[in-house]
Every structure is written in structure tokens, then in C-alpha cells.
Design a protein around this ligand. Sequence first.
Ligand code: SF4
Length: 678
Amino acid sequence: MSADLVSTVCPYCALGCGMYIRVEGGRAVGIEYMADHPVNEGALCPKGNAALEILHHSDRLLHPLRREGDVWVQISWDQALDLVAGAIKQALQRGGPDSLGFLSSSKATNEANYLIQKLARVLGTNNVDNCARLCHAPSVFGLGRSLGTGAMTNPISDLENSRCIFVIGSNFAETHPIVARWVMRARDRGARVIVADPRKTPTSWMADLFLQIRPGSDLALLQAMMKVILDQGLMDHRFIAERTRGFQDLADSLRGFSLEWASDVTGVTVADIVRAAREYARSEASSIVYSMGITQHVCGTENVVACSDLAMICGHLGRPGAGLFPLRGQNNVQGACDMGALPRVYPGYRRTKHQNSVDTFRSGWNVSCLPAEGGFTANEMLDAALEGRISTMYVVGENPVSSEPHSGKTRRALEGLDFLAVQDLFMTETARLADVVLPAAAWAEKEGSFTSTERRVQWTSQAVMPPGEARSDLWIVSEVARRLGLDFNYSGPQEVLEEINRMVPSYAGITRERLSAVGGAIWPCPSPDHPGTPILHHDGFVTPDRRGRILPVTYTPPVDSLTDEYPLQLITGRLSLHHNTGSMTRRSPSLLSRVPDLDVEIHPEDARELQVEDGQMVVVSTRRGETRAQARLTPRVRKGTAFMSFHFPGTNLLTADALDPTSRIPELKASACKIVRW
Ligand code: SF4
């Protein structure tokens, strides 16, 4: 390889597609495809192909900034770091450690996430979270309860080996396009594809059987499929007997279950429910692919548990082509969780409430005490800020003003803080509310490891220098910590990774040397000579008795009820050309030019009643707020529903902030709304 080709990983979705950056004269001038990469085999989707556009963008933050009234003043790094450390010290003195809140970044490296959560905990609080709270916290909890670990069970390429792929709540053809390559290969080898979604999406076009369910009715569909499987005796009796516990409780819970009721709730015929259940159960190896369509509900954890139940009663786990595929969103959301940037677990998912976890990290970090009480989740931190219980927040690479539901409330919470520091590439909607803004290096301007949705840990090397005075997250967090008198004297990410190797057993063998190879290594990888573990649960689950837990589930309808005033169900999701809050893709000219504005998809029959025409501006409102959008009339949405992407700031002014009681994920996917002509 030529010296000016630098190996890296795509900064957008969590698939971890590899690529090379071509560097000339200190600038990233092009992308070279990485044909031997195990996930993308050289292919990239439009976002991956456009990844370099943000690096040299004129909007990049170049210097630390301090707010003075409505004006931003450029300050030195020393001044900025002193201000952040000073505000943290003041909060500690006035309100104690739990008056602090930290949002870690699922865009940052594992090493930076590790240090951010360590900083919070060494200061005495577990108030640290990342944007997994908005996407796959139900997977962490749901799969954690049933299988013992909340991660994807098989690698993405293993979808090729499935004979039946059941997709529920995922439009991967747009959100994670490289997945579609593996699903198409499975289809070419004869696999059946079943897609359940309220919208006719590009993913649904691949389906042999498409179930256009009503928003929020996923659990009723999953229960109904299990009922069919039980009634028709399609279970894997041996797997249930040898590998699981709790089957009888599930069977008892479904005894009076009515398929006709499920058909009413879901809008899917009984015949199609039966077909889906039989195809999933009877294939030699079936997979379930799911994403935020099922997790962003008040019953998000129950939905995930139901997927896990379905897989276990049919024995579709622990072997090639048979698994659970939660498709995570941001490029390092898996790693941020693995590193313990969550309020109730230390790195490696060790529970904060278990004294041996606290003792392990107290001795490993050489500190006298660490917090054991669980901290606040991201949305709980915002509520605590509104109540005055959190006074100071440090937000790294997250944009809660756009990403959290009910964003009017989020804005009020952040505006009311005594001090807010935001570290990011651009002046995001959240950074605009900060007291101090810290300019961060982008992924290609620093080095470190990222963990993809399939647990694949990969190293990205630094291709170019950060612009202006921007610095890596790792450097900035270490400097803040040092000003607080903490021993964060790391020589660089490699030394932090060595500490991770010591403190996180599943990463023990994931050394810098191992990560030099294309494709890195897949955890658990407990020793340097371990090959990694592409398929989990092959010979036992990660529970104390190595048996999976089959758990009964209870259907819960969406909280935000439809009324005469708010008669339409608003669902939100991603588009192929944008990502998350759009802070990067809305600055990427080739992506923005193709999708420049916020649209709302409306069914033509609803539009006729509303007297709305295609392309017309409308006002979409819910009980929480309103925003303008351009109407797109399309039969892709069910009559009675509307769809908006969440890549533009207006959408989350509307969304519901009711929480799943277990994982605390908000119900972003079902909000009662009305639409009027503007
Ligand atoms: Fe990047 Fe995801 Fe597209 Fe791959 S599929 S190129 S990781 S955005």
C-alpha cells in the first residue's frame, strides 16, 4: 500500500465499513475502497462515499469559544479548559458530584468514551450516558435479561447463511445499506425474507412477505407469531429443554391469546401472521433483524425480549445463519456502551450496584471511592436539570437539542443550567446553548478504536491534522481531568487501550497489534491469542447457568393517544442520505443537495381530506410543539399515519417523551399529530 493511503472506518452508521483515505499534501483528497474488508468488501453507501466532505468544511469549529451574552469570543485552550474545570469544581462544592451530568459520544473512540465515563465516576457520579439511550438501550436490557449480553449475536455477513430473514422495525436498505448486500445474497441462495413495517420502504421491496403493521403494534405481531408456533407445535423442543428456562411461563401467558385480536391491532391478516410464523419457525436457520422501529417505544424492552423469545423457542440462535441482529445507529454506539458510558454499568457491563464491580474499578483506577448508586440516563439528566438537581453538564459529540424528544423541553433544561460545555466538530443546535464550546477533531484527524454493531473492534489511524486548534476528544478530556487534579496522564490512545485490555475481560485480547489487521477483532476476545467470537451463544448463553431466559411479555399500546384533535400517528426514522441529527450530513454538499429540507410523508387519501397537495408547506403539530415541513404525498405510509425523518431540528419538537420503564428509551416512534396547510 502507498504511504498516503490511511486505513479508517466510516464515521456514520454502526456497520463499521472499512475504507482508505488518500492523503496528499496534508489533505484528505479521496477514498480508496477496501476490497478485503469483511463487512463491506469495498462497497460504501452514499454517506460513506461522502464522508470526507465534512473534514475541510468551512463550518468546522477552529478555536475554543466562550459565550458573552449573544456573542462568541475566541479564547485560548488554557482559558477554555480552566473554565470547564472551574465550573465542575464549583458544582462539586455547591451541589456534590450528582449535580454533574456527562453525555459521552457514540461518535468518539472507545478510548475517549472510556476516559469520559472514568472522569465522571472518579469525580463521584454515575450520571453518564450516551445516545444508545435513544436507540438500543432496550437491546442492552432486553437481550441482557434473556441471553446475558445485549449485543448482536452473529456477524452481518452471516446473514448470507440464513434461510429465512425476519426484519421488524428496520429499514436497513436506507439506514444500513450494506446489510442489503448480505440479505440479497441470502435471497439468491433461496432464503425467504419477511418484513414488518408501518411503511413500504426500500427494505420492504426485498420481501417475499410484507406485513404493513400499524405503528406500535410490533409486540402483538410477535406474540401472535409465537402463539401460532406453539399451537402448531413448530417449536424446537430439544433446544428449549436443553438451552433455556421459562418456556412454560410463556406458553401460559399465550394460552388465551387471540389471533383475531392481534389481526385487529396490527392490521395484518391472520393468514399472513400464520405464514410469517411458519416460515420463520420451519426454516433451517432463521435470523431476526431489528432496529429502532421496535426499540423506540414504551414497550421497547418487551419488544426485544419477544424477539429473543421467538428465536429461542425455534432454536434459531448460536449457529451460522441463526441469530438476532439489532442494527445499531452511530458508528461507535456499541463501543460507548462496552466502555461503560452508561449510568448503571461500569466498563464491560459490570453493574454499578454490585460491590465487586465497584471494588474492581476502585483498585484498577487506584481511587479511594467510586459511586455505587445508578446515575441518571440522558433524559433523566434533562429532567433533573429542569428541577435544578443537575447544574453543570459536559456534552461530548452529542446534540440532544435535536436528538431528544420534546426538544422544547430539552432546550429549556439546558438553558437553565449554571454551566454547559459542548465539545463537537460544528456549532450544533446544542452547542449554541453552551457557555464554552470546545473544538473537537473528526474521526480521521485522530487515532483510536471503534466497535461496530457486530462487536467488531477496529483501529482507525490519523489521516490528517485537525483544523485550527481542534483537538482529539481524548486530549481534551484528559486535560480537563488533569486540571481537576486527576491522574489522567496517558501518552495516547494506545495506553488507554492497554488499560481497557486490563479492565474489560471481553477486550483483554484486543490489543493495538491485533487491530492492525483489516477487520480488527470481534469480542469476546479474552486473550491475545484468542481468535475472537463471531457467533455468540454457540454452546451456552452468558447467564450464570448458561441457559437463555424465555420471558412472558405484555402488549402495551402507544402512550400518545389519537383524538379528534390529533388524529394521525406520526412515525419518525432515517433516510439514506442523512444521519442522526444531521450535524454532519447537512454539511455534506453532495448529500444535502439531494435532500435539502424536512418533508412529511402523508397518505394521498389523508391529504385529500386535509386539502393538502404534494410539495405544499404544512404545519405538523402535536401536544408538544409544531414545525413546518413540505408535504410528500405517497402510499408508502399507511392511511392514518405520517412519516418524518429526524435529521432536521423541527422533528423532535413534536415527538413524545414517554419512557420505557426498563430501558428509559423515549417513545419516539408514535406521536399523535395533526397536519394543516401552512
Ligand atoms: Fe458508512 Fe454505514 Fe454506509 Fe457503511 S453502510 S458506508 S458504515 S454509513
